[in-house]
Design a protein around this ligand. Structure first.
Ligand SMILES: Cc1cc2nc3c(=O)[nH]c(=O)nc-3n(C[C@H](O)[C@H](O)[C@H](O)COP(=O)(O)O)c2cc1C
Length: 205
C-alpha cells in the first residue's frame, strides 16, 4: 500500500474480531519495521510486552479502566521507554565509530555523557524516553496498517498498576498501550481534525 493511503486509512479501532489472531511471523515482520524508527542519538529506548494470553489481557484490561478492546484484540502491546540513556550506549556509539561517523574517543566521551544523563531529573528522563518511544509506537501503527492489521493507541491505564502486574522495572516509562488485531466493525467516520491554517505557524509563533 502506498504511504499516503496507509496514513489516510489508519484509524483507532475499538471493535476487534476476538477470533482472528496475529501470528508470530506477523509480529516478527512488524517489529523488524518498528526497530527502524529514529531515536535520539539512535539509543532506541523502546521495549514492548506483547500480551496475547486471554487471562493476561484481562489483567491488563483491569488496570486500563476496563477498556474492552484490550481483551478483544488479538494482542495488547505495552509500549515501554527505558529512562536510562546509557542502556544501549556502548553497542550504539561503538557502532557509529566503527562505521566512521566519528572516532573512538568521541564514542567513549558520548558513553560517559549518557551515564551523566542517567542522573538527570525524573521529568527530563521521562520526556527524553517518551519522544523516541512514541515515534516507535507510530511506526508500529503505520506498519500494522500496511499489513492489514488494525490498532488502537491507548493512554487510559494506571501506569503504576500496569508496572506491578507485568513486572516492569522502575526505570521504564509506560508510554502507551496499543491494541492490535483485526477490525470487527469499521469505525464511525473519522473525527474532527484541526486545519492547516490553525496548526501551522510561519517563522514564529
Ligand atoms: C496518546 C493517545 C492516547 C489514546 N488513548 C486512548 C484510549 O485510552 N482509549 C481509546 O479507545 N482510544 C485512545 N486513543 C485514540 C484516540 O481517541 C484517537 O486516536 C482519536 O480519537 C483520533 O481517531 P483516529 O485515530 O481514528 O483518527 C488515544 C490516542 C492517542 C494518540
Amino acid at each position: 500500500m502506498d504511504t499516503k493511503k496507509v496514513i489516510q486509512e489508519r484509524r483507532s479501532v475499538h471493535s476487534f474480531d476476538p477470533n482472528k489472531k496475529v501470528t508470530d511471523a506477523q509480529f516478527k515482520q512488524l517489529f523488524d519495521l518498528v526497530k527502524l524508527s529514529p531515536s535520539g542519538y539512535n539509543l532506541q529506548p523502546w521495549e514492548f510486552i506483547v500480551v496475547r494470553d486471554a487471562a493476561n489481557k484481562e489483567r491488563l484490561k483491569a488496570v486500563s479502566y476496563n477498556q474492552p478492546h484490550i481483551a478483544d484484540a488479538s494482542a495488547a502491546v505495552i509500549v515501554l521507554g527505558n529512562k536510562l540513556a546509557s542502556a544501549h550506549a556502548v553497542d550504539n556509539f561503538d557502532d557509529w565509530a566503527r562505521k566512521g561517523y566519528f572516532d573512538q574517543g568521541t564514542a567513549d566521551n558520548l558513553k560517559k555523557q549518557m551515564k551523566d544523563w542517567d542522573q538527570r531529573d525524573e521529568t527530563t528522563k521521562r520526556v527524553w524516553t517518551t519522544r523516541s518511544t512514541a515515534l516507535a509506537a507510530m511506526t508500529l501503527m503505520i506498519a500494522a496498517q500496511d499489513m492489514g492489521l488494525a490498532t488502537c493507541p491507548m493512554e487510559g491505564f494506571e501506569a503504576d498498576k500496569v508496572k506491578k502486574e507485568f513486572g516492569i522495572p522502575e526505570h521504564y516509562e509506560v508510554v502507551m498501550l496499543i491494541a492490535i488485531g483485526y477490525e470487527a466493525k469499521s469505525p464511525l467516520p473519522r473525527v474532527w481534525r484541526r486545519g492547516y491554517e490553525e496548526m501551522v505557524h510561519r517563522e514564529k509563533f
